[in-house]
Ligand binder design. Structure first.
Ligand SMILES: [Ca+2]
Ligand SMILES: [Ca+2]
Ligand SMILES: [Ca+2]
Length: 161
């Protein structure tokens, strides 16, 4: 997933305050998810392989781990500047956003030490990929990704009433 692409998406969406306010919240979240999906689908064949998703989330994890110590703290995950945090702030949903990220963080932090290592993150992503692949064909359609990928579930809890 190209961090530059995500930044571009946020830049395109966030300044258009009137447009965002008029959109259904659901549509705004879905549009963001579609942009994430097209960034993950590097060969643009319309499906997301587990490998594409793992590569994208490894890259994302590196940008979450802002101090580069190999683990993500809760604050690093919450404050990830390429994620949905700015949209949540813009829509006055900071509390819901923080709660949802905390739930995701706890799911990933299997040993409960308050840090999500790259390995813990990868394990969580693999589990999430298998959960999302409802027809079990080894790849994710956009709908499977949107409905079942852990971060999208979490963000729906933030943005969908
Ligand atoms: Ca870190
Ligand atoms: Ca841990
Ligand atoms: Ca599938």
């Amino acid at each position: 997933m190209s961090v530059r692409l995500i930044t571009t998406v946020l830049t395109l969406i966030l300044p258009a305050s009137g447009a965002v306010a008029q959109m259904e919240t659901h549509s705004a979240g879905r549009a963001l998810a579609e942009q994430f999906a097209s960034g993950i689908d590097v060969n643009s064949d319309g499906t997301i392989t587990f490998e594409e998703l793992n590569n994208a989330t490894d890259e994302a994890f590196a940008s979450v781990d802002t101090d580069g110590d190999g683990s993500a703290t809760f604050a690093e995950m919450r404050d990830w500047k390429y994620g949905f945090g700015e949209l949540a702030t813009f829509q006055g949903r900071d509390a819901r956003f923080t709660t949802s990220i905390a739930i995701v963080f706890d799911i990933f932090d299997r040993d409960n030490d308050g840090l999500v290592t790259l390995e813990e993150h990868q394990t969580g992503i693999v589990n999430s990929s298998q959960y999302a692949d409802t027809d079990e064909d080894g790849v994710l359609t956009f709908e499977e990704y949107y409905e079942g990928f852990i971060y999208n579930i979490a963000m729906r809890n933030v943005f969908v009433e």
